[in-house]
Design a protein. Structure first.
Length: 72
């Protein structure tokens, strides 16, 4: 099972942009996600084509089930 954290931010250009992190732990709390998003905004870690990230818009964790198939 793989878990993916998708975070949506508003840029200073007024548009939404998404960032995803694969392989997160499944029991992330809202407090942990909010803290991570606040840090990303405060430290200006990422820059989108529409500008700097200035506000949180949303977040979600997606669960993905992967089944490997042997083809050899």
């Amino acid at each position: 099972m793989e878990y993916i954290l998708a975070m949506t931010f508003i840029t200073d250009g007024g548009l939404k942009t998404n960032f995803s992190i694969n392989g997160v732990k499944p029991d992330l709390t809202p407090t942990e996600v909010n803290s991570l998003m606040d840090t990303i905004i405060q430290k200006n870690i990422f820059f989108a084509a529409s500008g700097a990230l200035i506000k949180k818009s949303g977040a979600q964790i997606t669960e993905r089930n992967i089944t490997k198939i042997d083809v050899a």
